[in-house]
Write a protein that binds this ligand. Structure first.
Ligand SMILES: N[C@@H](CCC(=O)N[C@@H](CS)C(=O)NCC(=O)O)C(=O)O
Length: 245
């Protein structure tokens, strides 16, 4: 079996796809694309959409972290990413969908909002990147990429303020999933791997980490996603962080 994963450096759903491939023991190669430029490249590679993660496996093109989870489950059923019990599976799929549709966006917008105002930390998010060009050069082209990414992802200040205000509920929800045993078990499921990468990305921000790291959600991310790249010093206006106090 031949698998090739296309992602963007420090992409949280890209990291989810990687963790799933690794858990399944599927050998793969990884190509990191520069954000924004990734869109036409993915089209040229024959993918229907313009986002990562995107996977070519045995000639088939699969795009999206949730679609990839299901494809990998078919190709390599062990260890499972979904519970065998139908009711448990519904709960895991519901948590996974929330992680994809809600939590991912919160993390993505907050990071791009911060990097748009302070570009210095961008280089840290490129740690270990397989871009095919030196990280220092990629970092130098980062200003327009950060501005465009913030624009495409609607990472404006109004969204960032709302996203920070939504964090207490989001982290509480993850802690609730852990307490209910939906995620956080010994064998990570698709929802674990979907949610933990977004939490890991949020914890790269010094402004947010203190609010998350002592919580079950933070411990889950540390356990499942060690070594997530990126570190940004405080940068949000203090008033925005009021909901976290
Ligand atoms: N929610 C989808 C979409 C993922 C998504 O939006 N990925 C971002 C990177 S985290 C992307 O490809 N953005 C395009 C860009 O930044 O140019 C998934 O889980 O696969």
């Amino acid at each position: 079996m031949k698998a090739r994963l296309f992602t963007i450096p420090a992409s949280h759903p890209g990291w989810t796809a990687q963790l799933m491939l690794e858990r399944k023991g599927i050998p793969y190669s990884r190509t990191d694309l520069v954000a924004v430029v990734s869109k036409p490249i993915l089209r040229a590679l024959g993918f229907p959409g313009v986002t990562v993660p995107a996977l070519i496996v045995d000639g088939r093109r699969i795009q999206g972290s949730r679609a990839i989870a299901r494809e990998l489950e078919l190709i390599a059923p062990e260890p499972p990413l979904f519970p065998a019990d139908p009711a448990d599976r519904v709960r895991v799929e519901e948590a996974e969908a929330w992680g994809d549709e809600v939590l991912q966006g919160i993390a993505r917008r907050l990071v791009w909002n911060l990097l748009r105002r302070d570009r210095a930390p961008i280089v840290t998010y490129l740690t270990g990147a397989r871009l095919g060009l030196p990280v220092a050069i990629a970092a130098r082209t980062a200003a327009p990429i950060a501005a465009l990414s913030a624009h495409f992802n609607r990472a404006d200040d109004a969204h960032a303020i709302a996203d920070i205000a939504a964090l207490p509920e989001a982290i509480g929800r993850i802690d609730g999933y852990i307490e209910a045993g939906v995620i956080g078990g010994e064998t990570p499921n698709a929802a674990d791997l979907q949610i933990a990468t977004s939490v890991a990305l949020l914890m790269t921000l010094d402004d947010l980490r203190p609010f998350i790291e002592g919580r079950p959600a933070g411990a889950l991310a540390r356990r499942l996603v060690p070594g997530y790249p990126g570190h940004a010093p405080p940068g949000f206006p203090a008033a925005w962080l009021e909901p976290l106090r």
